[in-house]
Design a protein. Structure first.
Length: 453
């Protein structure tokens, strides 16, 4: 997955990288991706960076006067897609470029010719994890996307200066001691702390942490960090990947392995079960009811919130439910689409995808739900659905981009019409048994289920 896709960068965005573990590489990688799309992109810093190579940036402008800097940038972007700007170069052995004042970044971004501005807004001396000092990080107030970073190789290492920048501050923020091993929980605490990775975040900025240097051997511990982070209200997404310089601008793979978004589950349980003759939601399934079972499955899955939509006999069913948000569809006789609308309208804007469950699928497991969510993390597909030998089943995940169309459905029309409409964009999770798709519509279905118990 491309970095620009995982960050959901739009024209006019100012992306600021803070923290540790590969900020400069991430900055140039994102600039390359956007320039390859034909965008006019500027990279800069509010601290210091090494002068970019010709492969990293088409041109570098050094200008301390802000008026002349803006003029030079406008001229350079007439012939280049990607340039780097700074105020001056230090006259020492390292020769680093000295960056802009944070307030100037917003003025620079306002130039009509700039479609994206990318900033390295922190320094970490090459370490893999960092907590900022009192005067750090110099995040531009105009930042629209803040990307706190760490490198996965910090995990399992002692908290000291070899792996961490300002380890004593990390110990204070996380209530650990110098020399303690850095765990996924400790790393996540640093990134999500208001005096850590979130320090000086502009109130309106989207916060998207990036865990860097992740490969197949370190994916599981990186997922543990992401699992802690995605539950934080202030964090929109979490990216896992290895942000290396691309071999070419045509690199089709991209550096991001997984993009974690906030996913909710909506259980549709408002119908009257006319064909069965009694409420399916209340059918016994072991020591629980059918609805309690599917609620338990949803709560055991990697969902940030679970909503149950009730309707028929809601007052009787609701007392059975715990740990979920319950909403009542007063217009349940109008069909499935009314319950879809009520469920979606109950979600807050932070949820970027929703997994829809039916109340009468006793064979759905938390493992199946996790497989669907994992496929979404690795593809950001607008629809993810399970399939057995060409047969589509439930539950189905829909991205927020399709919520308006789901809200416009009428009658008994459900998500099937969108799956057909966007068939080429659907990601399928192949399952090994059609039992996952068993639903209880008739007495025969119920007898078949009980014969298997």
């Amino acid at each position: 997955m491309r970095l620009q896709e995982a960050l959901a960068v739009n024209r006019g965005d100012i992306v600021s990288f803070v923290g540790a573990g590969g900020k400069t590489t991430a900055m140039y990688r994102l600039a390359h991706e956007l320039a390859n799309l034909g965008w006019r992109v500027v990279t800069t810093t509010t601290t210091m960076i090494r002068p970019p190579s010709p492969e990293q940036s088409e041109e570098t402008i050094l200008e301390a006067n802000s008026t002349r800097l803006l003029q030079k940038v406008k001229r350079a972007l007439e012939s280049h897609h990607h340039i780097t700007v700074a105020t001056r170069q230090r006259r020492d052995e390292k020769g680093k470029l000295v960056g802009l004042q944070p307030e100037l970044v917003g003025k620079l971004a306002s130039l009509p010719s700039i479609e994206a501005l990318i900033v390295e807004a922190d320094g970490a001396r090459g370490r893999s994890l960092k907590a900022p000092a009192a005067y750090e990080p110099p995040v531009p107030p105009a930042t629209t996307i803040l990307v706190p970073m760490m490198a996965i190789d910090a995990l399992g290492q002692p908290l000291d200066e070899r792996i961490a920048h300002r380890p004593e501050l990390i110990a204070r923020l996380t209530r650990t001691s110098l020399g303690d091993l850095i765990t996924p929980e400790v790393a996540a605490q640093v990134i999500a702390h208001p005096e850590g990775g979130l320090k000086n975040a502009p109130p309106s900025a989207r916060v998207i942490p990036l865990i860097n240097k992740v490969d197949s051997s370190t994916l599981v511990p990186a997922q543990e960090v992401a699992n802690y982070l995605i539950s934080a209200n202030s964090i929109e997404r979490v990216l896992l990947g290895a942000v290396a310089e691309p071999d070419s601008l045509q690199d089709p793979v991209g550096p991001i392995l997984e993009c974690w978004t906030k996913v909710a589950g909506v259980i549709l349980a408002a119908g009257e079960s006319r064909r069965l003759g009694r409420p399916k939601q209340l059918l016994p399934l072991g020591e629980k009811t059918m609805l309690e079972h599917i609620v338990e499955v949803a709560l055991s899955s990697p969902l940030q919130e679970v909503v149950v939509v009730l309707g028929h006999r809601a007052e009787e069913i609701q007392p059975l439910l715990e740990g979920v948000k319950v909403v009542v569809n007063e217009e349940w006789p109008q069909g499935l689409s009314a319950s879809l609308r009520v469920g979606l309208e109950a979600l807050s804007p932070q949820f970027e995808a929703c997994l829809f469950f039916l109340a009468d699928q006793p064979k759905v497991t938390p493992q199946l739900v996790e497989s669907l969510i994992t496929r979404h993390r690795r593809t950001l597909a607008p629809i993810v659905a399970p399939r057995f030998r060409g047969q589509r089943g439930n539950p189905v995940l829909f991205a927020r981009s399709l919520f308006p169309e789901l809200l416009s459905l009428q009658g008994e029309e459900g998500g099937r019409s969108l799956i057909e409409k966007y068939h080429s964009l659907v990601e399928w999770v192949e399952v090994d048994s059609e039992d996952y798709f068993l639903d209880i519509d008739t007495l025969e279905d119920l007898k078949h289920l009980r014969s298997e118990e």
